[in-house]
Design a protein around this ligand. Structure first.
Ligand code: BV8
Length: 261
């Protein structure tokens, strides 16, 4: 059954079934991807990276092999992304999700993003499937490396690790080919299985195991709402596809729910 697609311009009236699903939901699970931060000035993975990074493949940079082969380039890519995140702020979509959490009995926010913008916007706790770019760990032991140690070393190459003679500092994110944190992934799977409604915002649905969460939700009888200007690999699973940006649809959806409270 193809989803019912709504666009912001043409939709004077919300489908009753959508508002009912939203209003009756005991537990809402939210899955976000890079698209939810796009309007905060953070390029998504699938958009061509701007400037000096346009010629690099993020799939290679975000991998242990990439770091092993060229630690300086990978480190500088993360330093560039950290600066970009530090220079930007969460957007109306992040803030609407934080507000939604106050309006429903239970909300589990699962993100593929590493920018920490959901927490900055007031959401919490957040299940960060792919880690957090603001933390660093030892490349050998996986132990956390404090920010002041990083500050004390140059920024062009990964600082040496204080935890192992052959170790280097690396961002505390899950690279392609690396396992996700088992307890975080388990909590995400449990939320997907338990929720009555899953809100999928700004993800192409191409990265596993994150992209399995909507499948699990569907299999357990949840309704699915997708917010994305484009169709994704998850659109066919959705009951409703709200075609447009997170900063447009999320505030409108939360305002609509608040009006029924
Ligand atoms: C693992 C951290 C196993 C780094 C990232 C099947 C099962 C299991 C694994 C696999 C599998 N098949 C393949 C794999 C391997 C791989 C994988 O999924 N490959 C894909 C590409 C085929 N998966 C893994 O390697 C995972 N590990 O499974 O390990 C294992 C087990 C035991 C022992 C060892 C190993 C690890 C995956 C995690 C990778 N790390 N991030 C970093 O960020 O630097 S993923 C990375 O990709 C980001 O987190 C980002 O979120 C994600 C990209 O996906 P999206 O979020 O969807 O972003 P994208 O740019 O693609 O799309 C943006 C969307 O937003 C678009 O749809 C666009 O239309 C929309 N949009 C744009 N503007 C807006 C908008 N939406 C709303 N509003 C807007 N304004």
């Amino acid at each position: 059954m193809p989803p019912c697609t709504l666009t912001l311009e043409e939709t004077p009236e919300w489908p009753d079934a959508l508002i009912r699903a939203l209003g009756l939901a005991r537990h809402i699970a939210v899955l976000t991807g890079a698209g939810v931060s796009a309007e905060s000035g953070i390029p998504t993975f699938r958009d061509a990276h701007t400037g000096m990074w346009a010629r690099h493949d993020p799939m290679k940079l975000a991998s242990p092999e990439g770091f092993e082969n060229d630690p300086e380039t990978v480190w500088q890519w993360y330093q560039w992304r950290r600066r970009l995140i530090a220079e930007n702020r969460p957007n109306a979509g992040h803030r609407a999700l934080a507000r939604l959490q106050q309006l429903v009995p239970e909300l589990t926010l699962v993100t593929q993003n590493v920018d920490g913008f959901h927490q900055l916007a007031g959401s919490g706790p957040v299940l960060e499937l792919h880690g957090n770019i603001h933390r660093n760990i030892c490349s050998i032991t996986g132990r956390t490396i404090e920010a002041d140690w990083i500050e004390r070393h140059g920024h062009h190459r990964p600082p040496p690790s204080p935890h192992h003679p052959r170790g280097q500092a690396r961002p505390d994110v899950v690279w392609f080919g690396e396992a996700l944190d088992a307890s975080i992934l388990d909590a995400a799977f449990r939320a997907a299985a338990d929720c009555d409604l899953m809100l999928i915002v700004g993800t192409a649905g191409a990265v596993q195991p994150a992209a399995s969460l909507p499948v699990i939700a569907r299999e357990h009888g949840a309704r699915l709402i997708e917010i994305n200007p484009e169709r994704s690999e998850l659109t066919t699973l959705a009951d409703w596809h709200l075609a447009g940006p997170g900063t447009g649809w999320l505030p409108a959806l939360v305002d609509k729910l608040a009006a029924t409270r």
